[in-house]
Write a protein that binds this ligand. Sequence first.
Ligand code: HEM
Length: 210
Amino acid sequence: MPRLNWLRNLLTYINSLQASFIYYRCMNASYRITSFKYARPLIAIHWLMFLFLVLTYAAIEFRVLFIKGTPERDLMKTLHFLLGLSVFLLLFFRVLARKYSPSPPNASSSGFASVLHYLSTIGHAALYVFMFTMPLLGWMVLSASGKTLLFAGVGLPALVPVDPDLAKLLKELHETMGKAGYLLIGIHVCAAFFHQWILKDRLFSRLRWR
Ligand code: HEM
């Protein structure tokens, strides 16, 4: 039956194609299920922090819509303080969750993956410093101005003695860092989209709930 050889070859070829496709599907699925994503607490904290940061900025930027001394403007500032402190609190939960849950491997497997990893480590460290320093600076501004900060109904202790000059200096620092924060967060978001759209390494799926 030499004439049927071509048919046998074709069937073998189709078989091997099918086998590799099934193998690819299985590998891909188990990779995604077992190791590609962050743990759920980290995913929740990441998006909560992002939301709170956006709202912290929105509250302080939109305060200018109201005249100075009006209850509405004071409410916007109070919201800014509370949301900013929530970011501070969430940062501690995030550090704990990061320590006690396994991290997925680097998203990118391209040639310059180690460079990207190095850059992202610097960017993330800067974000951690920012989210730690900003609320503390804001809290110090209020302390130096002689104002008591209430959080969840509890009066927080003053971090520095009352000193109008110090208050002015800290406020300027807080505001300058606030502007730098736009750049930092902007770079973080652009880097995420670069991974997702240019490198196509499915970075966003690491932070998807489902
Ligand atoms: C991650 C958290 C925070 C961010 C990103 C942030 C950012 C900012 C920004 C962008 C401004 C406005 C700067 C300007 O007008 O040019 C500001 C003002 C201010 N922030 Fe924050 N802030 C944070 C947390 C806090 C906290 C926790 C407090 C106090 C407990 C606070 C107290 C203040 C005060 C007193 C001002 C000046 C408001 C005014 O005089 O109208 N901030 N902040």
